[in-house]
Structures are given as structure tokens and as C-alpha cells.
Design a protein around this ligand. Structure first.
Ligand code: C5P
Length: 243
């Protein structure tokens, strides 16, 4: 096992410093919507004391900022400017729940809506927008390590990641999970409509020419259908332990 995983007395991984920062280990978890990658990435990052990159949130934020500025999602030049200068802050409330700020605006709820997901997948088709977000994503690679969740983490953003995972689940289970998640966040949407939206978004993400959703050649495939969050988290941690 890598020696960065040796724990100190507090049980946290030992941090590397200074010159080693660029070499911080990366675990990438890519996959379609509802595959479980967001939940599992958070759990794995917590267990390892690693940083977490939710790259989908960045595309969602560009889409939200565009809507705020009444910009068309096809105005590439203006979108690139937005992506370059996103004033975003990730936070948590007293209960430990995620909070996201765009400038002074609390966008926690609108960020996770299906409409925002759909707009995000449209802006995500634009290569200049993707390019404008590359360095911002790579900057999350800080000691002692990073868990990066998205669509192209293993294929494009962190091609040298120590562990690459491609997570899937049956279409039916993914729709059900998203439905439950959205309901918990107080967002109302019918299961049938959600299934259609997810299918459309997956098709757009998989068929686009730039950084399409697909497993990296060296990714481990993980089908989470019918598996508990605990079991999937443990599987990922076991793979990390084998590094
Ligand atoms: O993961 P999430 O559902 O938040 O992502 C929203 C959209 O952002 C995806 O449907 C996809 O089009 C886009 N995305 C992407 N590349 C990533 C992460 C998300 O194109 N690395």
C-alpha cells in the first residue's frame, strides 16, 4: 500500500507537503447520473480524509450563472468568460448539509434540480467551456489526495489517477435513486418524467464528441445495482488499499 495511507495517531492519513503536493494521489469515479458516484465519492473521501471534487457541480454552476445573466446556453464566448470567473463557494450548514454559493446567492437547491442538470449537460458539450474548467478542477488535487467525481475524470482531467472507477447501475434503479434524492431535497418531479430526462441526458453525455461519458481504458467497472452504499464504499476502499 502507498505510504500516504499510513495513518497518524488521529487516524487521518499523513499529509504530504510542499513539493509533493502535485503528486497527491487521485481516485476518479466516473459514471452516469444516479449510478451512486456522488454519494460514494463523498463517503470514500471522508473515510480517507481526502479532498473531494464534484465536477458536475461546476457545469451546473455555469448553467445557473448563465441563466442568471440571461445568457443563451449557446453563447460560447460569454459562457467561457462565466466559467473562467465563477465566484463559487462550497460550504456546509450547522447540520453538515452541503451549501453552495454563487457570489452572494445561495444556489444549494436550484443547483441540484433536473432542469439545471439538463442545462449543464448542454453547456458541457462546448469544448471551450470544458477547457476553461480544466485548471480549476486540477487545482483540487491537494495533499493528502483527491476523490474526483464526474464524467471525464479518469479519461481527461486526471489521466494519471492511481485508481479509476466507472460506476453504473440499471436505468430503472438510477431513476429511482435520483427520484428519492430530489424528493429529499424538496424537489418534486414524477418518476416517469425523470426516467425520460435521465435517458436523454445520458445519451447527450455519451454521444458528444468532446470528452464523452465512457470508461477509461484502465478503469475498474463497478455495477451498483442492488448494492448498499456501505458495500460499494467498502469495495472502493478495498481497491484503494490494494494500491
Ligand atoms: O454529475 P452531474 O449530474 O451533477 O452533472 C451534470 C452534467 O454536467 C452532466 O449531465 C454532464 O453533462 C456534465 N458533466 C460533464 N463532465 C463532468 C461532470 C459533469 O460533462 N466531469
Amino acid at each position: 500500500m502507498f505510504d500516504w495511507l499510513k495513518k497518524n495517531k488521529s487516524g487521518r492519513p499523513v499529509e504530504k507537503s510542499g513539493a509533493d503536493a502535485g503528486a497527491s494521489v487521485v481516485v476518479t469515479i466516473d459514471g452516469p447520473s444516479g449510478s451512486g458516484k456522488g454519494t460514494i465519492s463523498r463517503r470514500v473521501a471522508e473515510a480517507l480524509g481526502f479532498n473531494l471534487l464534484d465536477s458536475g457541480a461546476l457545469y451546473r454552476l455555469v448553467a445557473l450563472a448563465a441563466e442568471d445573466a440571461c445568457l443563451s446556453v449557446r453563447n460560447t464566448e460569454a459562457l467561457v468568460e462565466l466559467a473562467r470567473h465563477l465566484d463559487v463557494r462550497f460550504d456546509s450548514d450547522e447540520g453538515g448539509e452541503e451549501k453552495v454559493w454563487l457570489g452572494e446567492q445561495d444556489v444549494t437547491k436550484s443547483l441540484r434540480s433536473e432542469e439545471t442538470g439538463a442545462s449543464a449537460s448542454i453547456v458541457a458539450q462546448l469544448e471551450p467551456v470544458r477547457e476553461a474548467l480544466i485548471e480549476r478542477q486540477r487545482a483540487f488535487r491537494q495533499p493528502p489526495g483527491l476523490v474526483a467525481d464526474g464524467r471525464d475524470m479518469g479519461t481527461r482531467i486526471f489521466p494519471d489517477a492511481a485508481l479509476k472507477i466507472y460506476m453504473t447501475a440499471s436505468a430503472e434503479e438510477r431513476a429511482k435513486r435520483r427520484h428519492k434524492q430530489l424528493k429529499e431535497k424538496g424537489l418534486n418531479v414524477s418518476l416517469a418524467a425523470l426516467s425520460r430526462d435521465i435517458e436523454k441526458r445520458d445519451r447527450r453525455d455519451s454521444e458528444r464528441t468532446i470528452a464523452p461519458l465512457r470508461p477509461a481504458m484502465d478503469a475498474k467497472l463497478l455495477d451498483t445495482t442492488g448494492q448498499s452504499i456501505e458495500a460499494v464504499t467498502q469495495q472502493v476502499l478495498d481497491w484503494v488499499a490494494e494500491l
